[in-house]
Each structure stands twice: as C-alpha cells, then as structure tokens.
Design a protein around this ligand. Sequence first.
Ligand code: B12
Ligand code: SF4
Length: 440
Amino acid sequence: MKDVLLVNPPMWSPSAQAAFNGLCPPLGLGYLAASLLEAGATVEIVDLAVAPEPRAALARALERTRPRLVGITSISQNYDLALEAARAARALAPEALVVMGGPHASYCWREVLSNREVDVVVCFEGERTIVELLRAVDAGRRGAAAALAETAGIAWRDGEAAVQTPARPPETDLDRLPHPARHLLPMARYGRPGNIMTSRGCPMKCIFCISSTYEGNYRPRGAEDVLAELEELRFVWGLRDLYFIDNVFTVDADRVRAICRGIVEAELEIRFDCVSRANLVTEELVGWLRAAGCQRVEIGVESGSQEVIEQLRKGITLDQVRRAAEITLGQGLTPMFTFQVGAPFDTPETLEATHRLAAELRAKGAVTFFSIMTPFPGTPLALEAEALGVRIHARAWRDYRTSNPISETRCLSRNDLRRALYRETLAQLQEGIAPGMGLS
Ligand code: B12
Ligand code: SF4
C-alpha cells in the first residue's frame, strides 16, 4: 500500500508519444514525489507515457498501491487521457481522493471539476499543496470539506458548486525544494533522461506563453543547489547529455557564470542544451556556456517581422537575433531559432519575412524549428482571442498541438498556416537539414 500514486497520462497518439513524451522524465511529478517523501509519505509514480500497455499498467499500479490519494498531471493535449486515468482511479481505488494538476487543469478547473471523477484540482505549483492535501485526506473520507476549504491553491466541489480557495504564493526559495525523486521514475525508458530545471517563471510576458502567469516571476535556484543536482545526474545516473529545460536559462549572467564555472571545476564533462533569449546572448555568456559543455542554445524568434515581434511583446530585435547567430556560431555552438506562424498580426507578407529570416539563419549554419501559434488556456492569446481577431475551431482539447492549426486569424486561414509549416519542412529537407526539435 502507498499513500499516494502519481500518474503521468499517455499522449493522444503513439506518434505524439514517440515524438515528445517518451523523451524526458516528467520532472513535475518527480518534484511532487520528493516533497511527499520528505513529509514522510509513501509514494509511487506510474508514467503511462512510457508504459507499453498504459491501461493495464495503471490498473496494476492502482491495485498494487491502493493509494489514499491519486495525483494526475495534464496538459491540454492529453487532458482526455488524464480524465480516463481519473475514471480508472475512481473505479479501482474508490476511497482515494482524485486530484488533477498541471497547466491545463490549473486554468480549466471549472470544466475539470464538472467531471465527478475528479475531486480536487491543484492550481499552479504543487509541492506544498499536495502535502497539505494528503493531510486533508487524513481528516476524513475524500478529505473533510473543512480541511479542503482551508487548503490554499486548490479548486474543489463544495456540494454541487466548484469553488477555488485563495491562491498559494509560489515558493520563493527553490533551493529548499528536494530534488526530483528520479529513483521513482523508469529512468531507463526515456530517450532523453537528463532533464533539469534550474529556475522557474520568466521575466517576460509574451502573449502566447503561460510561463509568467503559471510560474510567476522569474525565480532562479542558486548555483550550488544546481551543481549538486548536476552531480547527481552525472554520477548517480551516469548521464552526460543533459537538457536545461528552464523557460530561459540565461536570465542572470552571473548565475550562469557560477554554474558553468562549477561544471568546469568539478570536471563533470557533460554536454547540454539550454534556452536563451536573443537580447541576452553575449560573447562572454556564450564563452562560459561553451566551456561548460553547451552544444546547442535555443532562442525564440517567432517572426521575421519586427512589428509582429513587438505585438507579441517578445522584447527582442531582429538585429539581436542576427548577432546571437554570429556569436553562437562563432564559438562553435549550434543556435536553434524557434519560429511560430499564425500570430494574430501575421499577414502573408510577414509570413514571407519569417520564411526569409529562417532561410538566412540556416544558410549561416543555424537550426530552425517551426510551430503553429496555439491559444493555450491561460495565455493572453486565448484570453483576448476575440479582441485579437483569433477564431478558435478546436473540437477537442487533444487538437491543441502546435503542429495542428486550431485557429484562424484576421488575415490567415488554417490552410494558410498548414501551408506555411509544410513549406518550412520542405525547405529544410531540400536544404538537406533535418527539421530541429525544441526543448519546450
Ligand atoms: C520542458 C517543457 C517541455 C518538454 C518536457 C520535458 C520534460 N518532460 O521534462 C518537451 C520538449 C518534451 C515539451 C513538449 C511539449 N510541450 Co511543453 N513545456 C515545457 C515547459 C517549458 C516546462 C515544463 C516543466 O517540466 N516544468 C517543471 C515542472 C517542475 O513543473 P510542472 O510539470 O508544471 O509541474 C508542477 C506544477 O504544474 C504542478 N503540477 C503538475 N502536475 C500536477 C499534478 C498534481 C496531482 C499536482 C498536485 C500538481 C501538479 O506541480 C508541479 C511542481 O510544482 C512548460 C512551460 C512551463 N513553464 O511550465 C511547457 C508546456 C508545459 N508545454 C506545453 C506544450 C503545449 C507542449 C507540447 C504539446 C508542444 C507541442 N509540440 O504541441 C509538447 C507536448 C509534450 C508533452 N507530452 O508534454 C505547454 C502546455 C500548455 C497546455 N495548456 O497544454 C506549456 C505550458 C508551454 C506553453 N505553451 O506555455 N515541453
Ligand atoms: S516565450 Fe519565453 S521569453 Fe516569452 S514569456 Fe514565455 S518563457 Fe518567457
């Protein structure tokens, strides 16, 4: 028996699974498990994204653990399957409190709670909330109402009404959080097992992204704590190829310098990819990254039109993008520039400018990655869709994939967006370049 079973649902199709979820461990669940263990609870994680037979694997895990709390994560794309997991939990562990968290549930909590299989939604960061919820379970079957009402950062059904408790402020000192409980994850099954998150939040507020609202202000971990986790990855897990999945790893150049110096001094001999921003790329920063083993830096450009970039509140210039390409390539790193087609302000002309800029960057040796701008719940793009002239045509949440156009803009139809994406894929294949794949 275990106190808690944490579930990562599978993806909506085997190819989506292979392309994404099979790649990296679900760090969010690793963090939740570590906090629960620290609080003295017993925990198991079942990652259905890498289970050969997800339904059977979940049934076995529920029967084996007979948990008091089942915690399920979800993004929009796999929400249907997260709900299916909730149904299985209700059927096979009827006494357990069924909790859903993650970006999708946090914003769509009313809709999630309209399903009776889910008792509670945890909104936003979950480490402290899940520990408190387990205590609420102790207070009575499926959590006594009074205990739930006093738990900050959740939404739940009070009788028939879905209600939200006051928000829980994000953890201010991330160094206090225990490192993800990777020993509870099937590490050998991941194609890219070496992911690490060294900060949360983002100082920017691009209109298509949830990071600044979902995770709040930029919160870095200290270099010492990051280096301790890097040593774990290198020496406990034997991993050399690492992925810094921060929204933006290089916000604070002094911190990057301290982390990179530590990697060199500890002779970790790792290779890693990370995310930066065009306005933050300097010769000195790239010099440190290279010395520490960085291979590839991902940089969001989104558009070849300066006007569109400004309307997206991206906070970069095209000159900075070109300069970032020169600096990274000059020092032997591969820059990967990510673009999105289908901004509300895009026109056929701005799309042309985007294609031209991508080709120019590739000709210099950069990698480019294209996706379709998608109005995910919680983003200003979704919240202000009507005012921005964006019409959403998705039939189901699983349609929310960034290779699948679910919306049209004032100037561009969904077929225009499809064509723009195919054109890029074709151009890259004709140039003999395999289309890149992003970190986020
Ligand atoms: C890294 C990343 C990836 C990596 C994932 C690598 C990995 N597995 O570690 C890769 C490249 C694979 C990826 C791919 C995609 N991603 Co992504 N990704 C991110 C990113 C930048 C960080 C996620 C992360 O690991 N956070 C760190 C951990 C600690 O946080 P967490 O998982 O959110 O968990 C915490 C809380 O959410 C909460 N919580 C989460 N689940 C639960 C469950 C319970 C029970 C509880 C109590 C709490 C809880 O507690 C956790 C600890 O605090 C986020 C942006 C963001 N800022 O969150 C986007 C993000 C999650 N991705 C997003 C998307 C859309 C995708 C793709 C679908 C893109 C696409 N091509 O269509 C694919 C889908 C792949 C997939 N199956 O997930 C969206 C999701 C939006 C939505 N509503 O669905 C986000 C939010 C980015 C955005 N658009 O703003 N992604
Ligand atoms: S797109 Fe990148 S820079 Fe913009 S808010 Fe999101 S994480 Fe920050």
